[in-house]
Design a protein around this ligand. Sequence first.
Ligand code: BES
Ligand code: MN
Ligand code: ZN
Length: 503
Amino acid sequence: MDFSIKACDWSKGAQSGFLTGKSDCVVIGVFESQSLSGAALAIDEATKGLVTRIVKAGDMEGKAGSTLFLHEVQGIGASRVLLVGLGKQDAFTQKAYGEAVKAAWRAILGTKIVQVTFTLAQLPVKERSSDWAVRAAILALRSETYRFTQLKSKPDTTPRALKRIVFSVDSADEKAAKVAAKQGAALANGMDLTRDLGNLPGNVCTPTYLGNVAKKLAKDWKLKVEVLGQKQIEALKMGSFLSVTRGSVEPPQFIVLQYQGAGAKEAPVVLVGKGITFDTGGISLKPGEAMDEMKYDMCGAGSVLGTMRAVAEMGLKLNVVALVPTCENMPAGNATKPGDIVTSMSGTTIEVLNTDAEGRLILCDALTYAERFKPAAVVDVATLTGACIIALGHHNAGLFSKDDALAGELLDASREADDPAWRMPLDDEYQDQLKSNFADVANIGGRPAGSVTAACFLSRFTQAYPWAHLDIAGVAWKSGAAKGATGRPVPLLTQFLIDRAGQ
Ligand code: BES
Ligand code: MN
Ligand code: ZN
């Protein structure tokens, strides 16, 4: 799909050039007040009041999410007009805009329309700019068209009719909208990768598979990549990471993927992603119900790789390193047992009281490894705790950081990207729950505040740099009939990096 931007100031005269341009469909919005403005007014005038007549007849009342195609329209270059209900004008928030956009794409995707002129991004969305609206429309379309059928015996390969989308924006917004269109497509590509990796089953998306994806990304986008195997991980003395992979026959991998968009001396942002390609719980075996969903336990890794793809395609001017410790968590005769004590790369000894709290065990060694990059900031991303779902549900990701500035940046990015996160506490008082009688620290802190004690565990390995942790257990995938990966938090992470790069 090809996205482009065309400046068009509807208030300044007839815009006849724009209106006579050929396309299959022009998308315009109608508020409940039914007062036409901008593109809708211009098209109404060019079609001798057609839109007004339709509205007066009561066929389009402007109700949020309603749509109506007008066919064989005379007087403009497009053969169809799609009217989209926008709801109440004074309640036209980002949510209302999102609903209107989704309804528009659904209507269009149900037709053979190839080329669309889309004018909704010019509407005044509360507290949002036109370029934001362009990006949101691109992401909404790409999310509507995403499908995962590669493992069906007859994969869905029918091409989409829709090919070209032209966004009209005011000329003052043209430059920013062009950047937004490019970034929106890159972000969608990154999210698609993340979703694919999440949706692939554990017998396909193994640690070796993730390593190969990283190598392919490096080749396609001129990144630097190293994929360390068992021997090299042993040489690094990542005893904590290795304790998780013990029971698995799949070899572990430690992925180091580097994007250099700024001077070599500039401190990178390091992203660390949990890459458990299947989490059975290990000897502390999980119950069988919905265990299949533990194929999604590598969504942290997937989102970090998807973000690298997006950042590389955008060509952001900053340095980013992705670290992905990846392995399976399996029960076996040689698997780590509850009570076993292991030594992390940092030298800290850990009593593994529950082998199902394995994410923190692989992340802590990656966080120690991160020190060698002298990072400007480190953000780890993990489907870390069921407790985070209990605390925040499936809307907000959990954000943990002692660094107010870094937390603020991530929350700002989260709002801008419409990828919600909520700050959680990380007080030292919670550290007491991780006391071990036999080692430096235990890997679990009991039921109270389970997502907080998990973050507290990680914090012990992050003293060398500004650090934040995102627990995405509740947001990385959907369960039930719509089961599937969401691609979150790639929008948040990418926006954070866009902001850091000043782009
Ligand atoms: N991958 C899980 C967390 C998880 C569970 C994410 C369900 C999404 C849905 C993690 O490895 C885990 O098992 N955590 C345990 C920790 C506990 C043993 C302290 C949990 O949350 O139950
Ligand atoms: Mn687990
Ligand atoms: Zn896990």
